[in-house]
Design a binder for this molecule. Structure first.
Ligand SMILES: Nc1ncnc2c1ncn2[C@@H]1O[C@H](COP(=O)(O)OP(=O)(O)O)[C@@H](O)[C@H]1O
Ligand SMILES: [Mg+2]
Length: 291
């Protein structure tokens, strides 16, 4: 049985000895919170590399995660999605709100709730059909439903109109980089994930592909929680409603600020955020906010 919120709260500082045990499903605050992270600390041997004291994320919307290179942004997404490095030690808790997820799914492991899109496309070197059937098979969807569901996911990601009539035969790894990223998103839709994690998904894409992926992330944020790690502050402002800033404290990164994106740019609460925004944009934040 899942622990109660109170028991997890009081155990936030307890060390979880085995990987993956820090991510838990439970009923959290009804109504507002989709995921909360409490006292998450990640260590490589004795060296702390990331600290997230407390953050509560909404059920829907896009949250941009920003911060200097090496501050721990990718490590945070990996910790949330349970794709964790074996040599790292994880303490604290990532709590996912199960509310709104149907009864069958509540028994499924936490990772089925996440879809992850990396900087480099990660499709399998086989046909589009064989890629898309993986999540459907895992969910035990009847075969006769597959084609309709796949076409709906390809339509939502703008791929259907771009592919040949016999799209199912096309090899996924021969698609352009931007199309492969959108195919990964289609796989997440077929997995029925309600939390999407993007790690700099457009950093290798041209402006037109970037625009398409940004539009899809905006669409996803209307009904799901999207965490977007991005180097582009312009992208954060175009796509996200909330911003989270990871600050670098020399040896380790700490999630230091979380607020509505516009507030973060217009009135950063911490000097480190202000410094980062100034450095990245070259202009004082008051001007950035007025753009
Ligand atoms: N498996 C690991 N073992 C040791 N150190 C790691 C490991 N993964 C990441 N780190 C360290 O953690 C810090 C944050 O890395 P990362 O999350 O990749 O940063 P970012 O994505 O913000 O650029 C870096 O100093 C990196 O060297
Ligand atoms: Mg990274």
């Amino acid at each position: 049985m899942s622990p109660s919120l109170e028991s997890v709260r009081s155990n936030a500082a307890v060390e979880y000895p085995r990987n993956q045990e820090h991510v838990q499903l439970l009923f959290d605050d009804p109504g507002c919170c989709g995921m909360s992270i409490r006292g998450l600390e990640i260590y490589a041997k004795k060296k702390r590399i990331l600290s997230v004291p407390e953050i509560r994320l909404p059920k829907t919307g896009v949250v941009a995660v920003m911060g200097p290179s090496g501050s721990g942004k990718s490590t945070l997404l990996k910790a949330i999605s349970q794709l964790m490095d074996e040599n790292l030690r994880y303490e604290g808790a990532v709590l996912i709100n199960k509310q709104g997820v149907d009864d069958d799914r509540q028994e499924v492991s936490a990772c089925s709730h996440f879809a992850m899109v990396w900087q480099k496309p990660t499709v399998f070197p086989c046909s589009i059909w064989d890629n898309l059937k993986i999540p459907l098979r895992k969910r035990k969807v009847e075969r006769k439903e597959w084609r309709g569901m796949m076409e709906e996911a390809l339509e939502k990601t703008g791929l259907l109109g771009e592919l040949d009539g016999e799209w199912w035969r096309q090899r996924a790894n021969r698609l352009s980089g931007g199309q492969q990223q959108r195919l990964s998103i289609a796989m997440g839709l077929l997995k029925d994930s309600h939390i999407f994690l993007f790690d700099e998904p457009t950093s290798a894409l041209d402006p037109i592909s970037t625009e398409k992926v940004e539009q899809i992330m905006c669409d996803l944020g209307e009904s799901r929680l999207v965490l977007l790690v991005t180097h582009s502050l312009g992208q954060a402002r175009r796509v996200s409603q909330y911003g989270a800033m990871i600050h670098n404290f020399g040896e380790y990164g700490e999630l230091g600020e979380f607020s509505p994106t516009e507030d973060l740019f217009a009135r950063p609460a911490s000097p480190k955020s202000r410094e980062f925004i100034m450095r990245e944009t070259g202009v004082p934040q008051a001007v950035v906010a007025g753009n």
